[in-house]
Unconditional design. Structure first.
Lengths: 247, 71, 229
């Protein structure tokens, strides 16, 4: 276990291993995404309450659910950076923050596109999920701007790791306090906002497929960025130079 | 299989039961998310490899010149 | 160095005393956040409406947000001058647990920039037409909430202490973290106005305060070690 762990910390080992995984991950991503999107756009029957807007939900729920994974991921990566000083964890964390901001933003945008149909408004402060997602985006942007402000990469790695840990705790507190705040300010919402309202099994299978597809996409994108980071940071090492000259 | 298709004409497909703008915008945003976060890292890699190779060949040339001078 | 052994509590008190002395000598650190708070609050009636009904509605929120901004802006100096004159490194080298020294600095910051603002808040609450029965809750919630801001903000300040120009990065990092405090602080006042008991919210803030007191200085200490190394 320990050998495996410290091996994984070696950028070279990760680069080689991820190179073997990538084609399979990409293939799986393409398959799941094609099935999910085609099913969502062409085959999914209209919901009896929401009509074709359930097609929005498939994508929105998949992206929103996945974007909740970023802070836990950064918490783990941050802990590894601080405790074991593993460089690889920081490389992953750096790109997780950026990708997480993308995900949060798309979640907000697709959420308000759905909301504009369901609630008749693009933004609704009474929906606690939208509000806490907004603050998750802010916290992620804070981590990103801290990293870009700090020049020394060693300091930046540790500082961002610490901020990610604090941020992850904060996201949880914000989520629950916003939910609480929301129940007290609840104005009768036009339609039940609960996505578990009757949608039929078809909807849930399609959503599940999209969730798997989005997770695969997340891994592929994160691995691609991490590999770039490895090439950049290790550009003086012999194995990177050999690799570059070889192909 | 074909019975399950929810649309009979293209116009219907574009219209999405009146919610065309919202539905297609969401899929467009999703496409941007996926495309951007796959294409950008991919192009970055091309750039890194190109620059590194350029530098390495320059280094190699300088070295070979140095060694030929020494002869 | 003399081999005089000091206890941790003596070191804690000495740090606290030193920071307070410096603040009182410089005066700006005390006066500016205070003035900032009063000015920001005074801008709201001009920007929104002079009608007391509308002011009553927003009073608690306006005061709370202005307090957050004032506390965040005053934070900039928390470790900066110590970092520049090298005394921060001395602090890190001290044999005493950094936790208590950081806590002393945070307490001093709160006494200098948080407490005066809290004490003046009833006057501003009056100017914003907040009903009298909510004054007690407002002051209590601020008393519990401002130290949380000092403690949590200190982490962000410690992380950015090495930066030449921080500008707005401190705000970008700290302000989102203040959401829970803002929510419970304003809810407490709101519930008093609706003639409900604010005890639940205030005790939640007390819980948040005790968690911050025990955890935030740890994070600040770690952050200082990272920034100074």
């Amino acid at each position: 276990m320990w050998v495996w762990f410290s091996k994984l910390g070696s950028p070279k080992w990760f680069y080689e291993l991820s190179g073997k995984w990538l084609p399979w991950l990409i293939a799986a991503m393409v398959i799941f995404m094609t099935i999910g999107l085609v099913w969502g756009l062409v085959f999914l029957p209209p919901d009896y309450q929401q009509g074709f807007t359930s097609r929005i939900l498939i994508v929105h729920v998949a992206v929103a659910g996945t974007s909740l994974a970023f802070f836990p991921l950064m918490l783990v990566a941050g802990t590894i950076t601080l405790v074991w000083r593993m460089k690889l964890a920081d490389m992953v964390a750096k790109h997780a923050a950026i990708l997480g901001a993308w995900f949060s933003f798309i979640t907000l945008a697709t959420g308000s596109l759905w909301g504009s149909v369901m609630w008749g408004t693009w933004w609704e402060w009474t929906d606690s999920r939208l509000v806490s997602m907004l603050f998750q985006l802010f916290l992620l942007l804070g981590v990103i701007s801290l990293r870009s402000a700090l020049e020394d990469s060693e300091t930046a790695a540790k500082a961002c790791a610490l901020l990610s840990i604090v941020g992850c705790i904060n996201v949880v507190i914000i989520k629950y306090s916003v939910e609480w705040w929301n129940t007290l300010h609840q104005v009768a919402s036009p339609v039940s906002l609960d996505p578990s309202s009757p949608n039929g099994p078809q909807f849930w299978i399609a959503t599940l497929i999209m969730i798997v597809a989005v997770y695969l996409f997340l891994s592929v994108s994160l691995i691609l960025s991490t590999r770039n980071e490895i090439l950049e940071r290790e550009r003086r090492s012999q194995w990177v130079q050999d690799l570059v000259l070889k192909n | 299989m074909l019975d399950a298709i929810q649309f009979s004409t293209w116009a219907e497909f574009i219209d999405m039961g009146g919610y065309g703008f919202n539905v297609w915008s969401v899929y467009a945003l999703f496409a941007i998310l996926v495309a951007a976060n796959l294409i950008l890292p991919w192009r970055k890699k091309q750039k890194i490899v190109r620059q590194l190779r350029h530098r390495l060949t320059l280094d190699a040339e300088i070295q070979s010149e140095d060694s030929s001078d020494g002869d | 160095m003399t081999e005089k052994q000091t206890t941790t509590s003596a070191a804690f008190l000495a740090t606290l005393k030193r920071d307070l002395l410096i603040a009182f000598k410089k005066k700006n650190d005390i006066v500016n956040p205070f003035m900032f708070f009063i000015i920001v609050v005074s801008l709201f009636p001009i920007g929104i409406s002079p009608e007391s009904d509308r002011l009553t509605e927003i009073a608690a929120g306006v005061i709370w947000i202005s307090v957050l901004l004032a506390s965040m802006l005053s934070m900039d100096n928390l470790y900066r001058s110590d970092f520049e004159d090298g005394s921060l490194e001395q602090l890190l080298l001290s044999p005493h647990p950094l936790f208590f020294l950081v806590l002393a600095k945070n307490i001093s910051h709160w006494l200098v920039s948080g407490l005066p603002v809290v004490l003046v808040s009833p006057i501003l609450a009056y100017m914003l037409a907040l009903p009298t029965e909510a004054y007690g809750t407002l002051v209590l919630s601020l008393l519990l909430g401002t130290p949380i801001m000092s403690l949590v903000g200190s982490i962000a300040v410690a992380l950015t202490v090495g930066l030449g120009s921080r500008g707005l990065i401190l705000a970008v990092i700290t302000l989102p973290m203040s959401v829970p405090v803002l929510i419970f602080g304003t809810l407490a006042v709101q519930s008093t106005l609706n003639s409900q008991s604010p005890v639940g919210y205030l005790s939640l803030m007390l819980v948040m305060l005790s968690v911050s007191v025990s955890l935030a200085p740890l994070a600040s200490a770690a952050a200082l070690k990272i920034s100074v190394n």
